[in-house]
Design a protein around this ligand. Structure first.
Ligand SMILES: NC(=O)c1ccc[n+]([C@@H]2O[C@H](COP(=O)([O-])OP(=O)(O)OC[C@H]3O[C@@H](n4cnc5c(N)ncnc54)[C@H](O)[C@@H]3O)[C@@H](O)[C@H]2O)c1
Length: 261
């Protein structure tokens, strides 16, 4: 639903071929934004399907492939968004991976990889979005993916937790630095959301419902709260709106009440 006669605001969502990124991209299109979507090159067909849905909502879509760990990819993606859609108003640094292993089982290579995607990737998205939004001089919304695991340590998730705690710190610091430019910086902290990140091949092997194995690895009861991606995209939708201007530096839990802060 477009909100006025003014030009559509423009969003860029990373990791948008599936899961939370896809849900956020579609919700922002419902909100009247034009949406650029990124994911790794092997997911280009999924990205095209998401773009078709965005266009079906009457918005413009732009498919971009790129690896968020590579500075040139993030910089070039932002250049494409600005060149082809006309600017950047909302950056969603969503791309991320999980590693479900104990601390002692996690190799240094696995540590470096998750740090590169979940933290360096978010940092690069924040940087190139901030540079563009400052240049435009019309404020903006920068939103990153943290997690409930960015607020409380979890078994078999130490490397992931470290990245998501770090996103929270980065989000707070950048919010302070960008306030003078009317750019807010926030993060979402989902609890257990049913995307591929929550699934495990052993779910079927052990006769568990999807998500059951990961819950066991985290020490959660099998019937602990879980939800679909829309609970996140609806909250992100609000954070992306102009009216959310008084919220900044926050990492907001959406978790069915499994942790209070
Ligand atoms: N699902 C949950 O319960 C949950 C909970 C807390 C936080 N999160 C966070 O939400 C975000 C989205 O997760 P999801 O559940 O949708 O997972 P998902 O695996 O379904 O989607 C993540 C997407 O990111 C993409 N991606 C991975 N590495 C990339 C890279 N280097 N460059 C570009 N894209 C890349 C993947 O290809 C994938 O399409 C992640 O940051 C995740 O940590 C998810």
């Amino acid at each position: 639903m477009a909100q006025s006669n003014s030009p559509a605001r423009i969003a860029f969502v990373t990791g948008a071929a599936q899961g939370l990124g896809e849900s956020i991209a579609l919700r922002l299109a419902d909100d009247g934004l034009d949406v650029a979507i990124n994911d790794i090159p092997s997911k280009v067909e999924q990205l095209k399907a998401v773009a078709t849905q965005i266009e079906g909502k009457g918005r413009r879509a732009l498919v971009l492939t790129g690896d968020v760990t590579r500075e040139e990819d993030v910089r070039d993606n932002v250049v494409q968004v600005v060149g082809q859609l006309g600017g950047l108003d909302v950056m969603i640094a969503n791309a991320g991976i999980g590693i479900h292993k104990s601390f002692l089982q996690t190799t240094t290579e696995e540590w470096d990889r998750i740090m590169a995607i979940n933290l360096r990737g978010v940092m690069l998205c924040y940087r190139y979005a901030a540079l563009q939004m400052i240049k435009q001089g019309r404020g903006g919304r920068i939103i990153g993916a943290s997690s409930q695991a960015g607020k409380k340590g979890t078994t078999n998730l130490s490397a992931y937790c470290a990245t998501k705690f770090a996103v929270r710190g980065l989000t707070q610091s950048l919010a302070l630095e960008l306030a003078e430019h009317n750019i807010t910086v926030n993060a979402y902290a989902p609890g257990f959301i049913l995307t591929s990140l929550a699934y495990h091949p052993n779910d079927a092997v052990n006769g568990l419902r999807p998500g059951g194995t990961i819950k066991q690895l985290f020490g959660l009861p099998l019937d602990s709260p879980e939800a679909q991606p829309e609970v996140i995209s609806s909250m992100v939708s609000y954070l992306a709106k102009p009216e959310s201007y008084f919220i900044t530096g926050q990492t907001i839990l959406v978790n069915g009440g499994t942790l209070f802060d």
